[in-house]
Design a protein around this ligand. Structure first.
Ligand code: ADP
Ligand code: MG
Length: 241
C-alpha cells in the first residue's frame, strides 16, 4: 500500500544516513589503527599503550558496526537463501578465535533444509553474536554445539548450545536491554540487535539457561513459503525499495 511505501522510503533514508555516518567513522579509524600499529613497533617499551589504543579503536568499530546493522532498514536485501552456507561462513569467521580459546564448534544439520527468505547479512550478524557469546562463556575452552532441524511446523529451528556458567535468573529477564553486559569489553547490544533482526524475519529468539551447565539460544525462522505467505504485503514493500 501507499502508506507502506512511504514508511519504507523513510526507513531507507535513515538507513542510508546511518550507513553513511558509519562509513565516515570507520575510514578514519582504519587510518588511526594503522598508525597505532606503526608506532607500537617504534616505541616497543610503551607498546602496551598502543595495545590499549588499538583495543579502544576496535571497540568503537564494534559499536559502529552494531548500530549500523540496527539502523539499516529491515526491508531491504531480502532474498531466498540457504541457511547452511550462511552458518558456515559465520563459523569460518569465528574459527580462529575458537581455536585460540580451545573451543570446538560442532554443527549437526538436517539435510535437505528448506530455503528461507532472509536478509543474509543480518542473519550472519545474529549467528556471529550468538556464537560469539557462546565462545566467550567458556574462557577455559569447551564445545559449542550448533543443531539445525528442519522442523515441520513451517519453521527451521537453530539451537546454539554452550557449556558455560549459564545466566542467573535475575539477569536472564533483563537480557536484550541495550547496554546490558557482564563483560569487561562487552557492548550489551548483541542480543538486543539479534532479537530485533529475528523478529523482522517473523521468527523468534529464546534463551534457555541452566546454572553451571550452560546456555542454549533457540532461533526459529520461517521457511520461505511460510514467510512469503504470511507477509505478502511487507514483501511487496521490500521489493519496491
Ligand atoms: P555482550 O556480549 O556485548 O555483553 P550481549 O547482548 O551479546 O552483549 O549479551 C548480554 C549479556 O548476556 C552478556 O554480557 C552475558 O552476561 C549474557 N550472555 C549472553 N549469552 C550468554 C551465554 N551464552 N552464556 C552466558 N551468558 C550469556
Ligand atoms: Mg555478545
Amino acid at each position: 500500500s501507499e502508506e507502506m511505501l512511504v514508511r519504507s522510503e523513510k526507513l531507507s533514508v535513515i538507513g542510508q544516513l546511518a550507513a553513511g555516518v558509519a562509513h565516515e567513522i570507520r575510514n578514519p579509524l582504519t587510518a588511526l589503527k594503522g598508525f597505532t600499529q606503526l608506532l607500537r613497533n617504534k616505541y616497543e617499551k610503551q607498546s602496551h599503550y598502543f595495545d590499549i589504543m588499538a583495543n579502544e579503536i576496535d571497540r568503537i568499530n564494534l559499536i559502529v558496526n552494531e548500530f549500523m546493522t540496527l539502523a539499516k532498514p529491515h526491508f531491504s536485501q531480502f532474498s531466498i537463501a540457504q541457511l547452511e552456507p550462511i552458518m558456515q561462513s559465520v563459523i569460518s569467521i569465528l574459527e580462529t578465535q575458537a581455536i585460540l580459546l580451545n573451543v570446538e564448534i560442532t554443527v549437526k544439520l538436517d539435510r535437505p533444509l528448506p530455503s528461507i527468505y532472509c536478509n543474509e547479512n543480518q542473519l550472519k550478524q545474529v549467528f556471529l553474536n550468538v556464537i560469539k557469546n557462546a565462545i566467550e562463556a567458556m574462557p577455559d575452552g569447551g564445545r559449542v554445539e550448533i543443531t539445525v532441524d528442519a522442523a515441520e511446523d513451517g519453521f527451521i529451528r537453530i539451537r546454539i548450545n554452550d557449556g558455560g556458567p549459564g545466566i542467573p535468573e535475575g539477569l536472564i529477564k533483563k537480557i536484550g536491554e541495550p547496554f546490558l553486559t557482564t563483560k569487561e569489553k562487552g557492548t550489551g547490544l548483541g542480543l538486543m540487535i539479534s532479537t530485533r533482526i529475528i523478529e523482522a524475519h517473523q521468527g523468534t529468539l529464546q534463551l534457555r539457561s541452566v546454572l553451571k551447565e550452560g546456555t542454549t539460544v533457540e532461533i526459529k525462522l520461517p521457511v520461505q513459503e511460510k514467510m512469503i505467505e504470511t507477509n505478502a504485503c511487507a514483501c511487496d514493500a521490500r521489493h519496491s525499495k
